[in-house]
Design a protein around this ligand. Sequence first.
Ligand code: FES
Length: 104
Amino acid sequence: MPIITYILPDSTERRLEVPTGQTVMEGSVRNNLPGIIAECGGGCSCATCHVYVDAAWAHAFVEANDDEAALVEFADGACAESRLACQLVVTEAADGARVTVANN
Ligand code: FES
């Protein structure tokens, strides 16, 4: 099972096994990690799942679609590495990926 490292807002790190097919958001919420609120439940409409994907791991996830790109652009602290965790579906290619949770 892929292991995703979450770097939390307090700078601590948590390594979690996240089943393929789940999203990075679901991995966080199901394990009660702080930081990813996921107010809209994965509907790509709230941006409270804002994370930064380490540039070295950007290839491990599908590119943002237009809806995600339009929403994440306005998230606090948005930058080139910004993604919405509810849109990051975990595959074997994401094994070892590191995501930094934004202050949502
Ligand atoms: S959970 Fe709302 S946009 Fe990701």
